[in-house]
Write a protein that binds this ligand. Structure first.
Ligand code: ATP
Ligand code: ATP
Ligand code: MG
Ligand code: MG
Ligand code: MG
Ligand code: MG
Length: 258
């Protein structure tokens, strides 16, 4: 197309290419989900359908953007890690961030009816996002540890808080009771007052969700003699693992290889 004299306005656009050879982390987070989850009557503290919806969106994100090598989700947030050498949109920050936030938001609304068939959306859910670059794999691992520690701290607090509120305490009373308590005290409170063993609660609540590509063996068809013909392919998989210790990473060395 012919250049017009107005083309110069393009020169005002900032060069926002992210530095090369850095891992790129995009974290999206639901906007005002404290209110959204109340309006939509989510089960508290953990609505399983809502977590399944978030995970389903993350799986579709990995299908849509193959440069995502790992995703970690908890509550209303998801972190997506792109491989350090990705050339997706020439590593342009605003392109990557806006695509991730808008595609995730669109998926969340598109898939809503599959997870909440009897609950119409009362208001449009939306997400914010940020991009951070990490120059070393060690820092990416620390980033994921940070998010999973946060998951644990919030889930333990929320589990206590909602048990107290559901047992008749006011919001204020529950907050007062929990003020200054340590992990040990909260475990004790759950066990003594409500007979809950925190360690036995579903892993998805305690550990959050990991999404990654794993090798799976599939039967393609049967051969003439009726024996299965199998092939190995990469399938997007969801699991609820400890990603702080070395076990998961030594069992899946290919996910974050440099
Ligand atoms: P902001 O816009 O600043 O992110 P926010 O209200 O979304 O504000 P967050 O810190 O992101 O604040 O907290 C998310 C809120 O959504 C919390 O109140 C959390 O309990 C709720 N929430 C998220 N997922 C679920 C779920 N699966 N079940 C029940 N509640 C949920
Ligand atoms: P990109 O992802 O790079 O933006 P694109 O296919 O969206 O690719 P655009 O230059 O944004 O490319 O062009 C938008 C396309 O959508 C054009 O093909 C345009 O004709 C079509 N389109 C947009 N709005 C309408 C509309 N209201 N009616 C018919 N076609 C439309
Ligand atoms: Mg936020
Ligand atoms: Mg939020
Ligand atoms: Mg959040
Ligand atoms: Mg377009």
């Amino acid at each position: 197309m012919a250049n017009s004299k107005y083309e110069y306005v393009k020169k005002f656009e900032a060069d926002d290419k992210l530095p090369p050879y850095n891992w790129i982390v995009v974290r999206i987070d639901g906007c005002h989900f404290h209110r959204f989850t109340a309006d939509q009557e989510f089960e508290k503290p953990n609505d399983q359908n809502a977590l399944d919806l978030m995970n389903s969106c993350a799986v579709s994100m990995m299908d849509q953007f193959p440069d995502i090598v790992f995703a970690y989700g908890v509550s209303d947030e998801y972190s997506f890690i792109l491989k350090e050498t990705t050339q997706f949109y020439q590593r342009r920050s605003s392109k990557i961030l806006s695509l991730f936030v808008s595609y995730f938001s669109a998926l969340y609304i598109f898939k809503w009816k599959d997870f909440f068939p009897h609950k119409a959306l009362e208001l449009p859910p939306f997400f914010d996002g940020r991009v951070v670059c990490y120059p070393k794999l060690r820092i990416v691992r620390d980033y994921l540890t940070w998010r999973q520690v946060d998951c644990h701290i919030n889930n333990q607090y929320n589990t206590c808080f909602w048990m107290l509120v559901k047992s008749g305490k006011s919001v204020k009373e529950a907050q007062e009771l929990l003020k200054g308590t340590q992990t040990k005290d909260k475990n004790e409170l759950l066990f003594q007052q409500f007979g809950i063993n925190y360690a036995k609660l579903p892993a998805i609540f305690r550990k959050g969700s990991c999404v990654y590509k794993d090798k799976v063996e599939e039967t393609v068809k049967l051969d003439d003699t009726g024996n299965p013909i199998k092939r190995v392919r990469m399938k997007v998989t969801v699991g609820h693992f400890d990603i702080i210790g070395p076990k998961f990473w030594s069992e899946h060395p290919n996910i974050l290889e440099e």
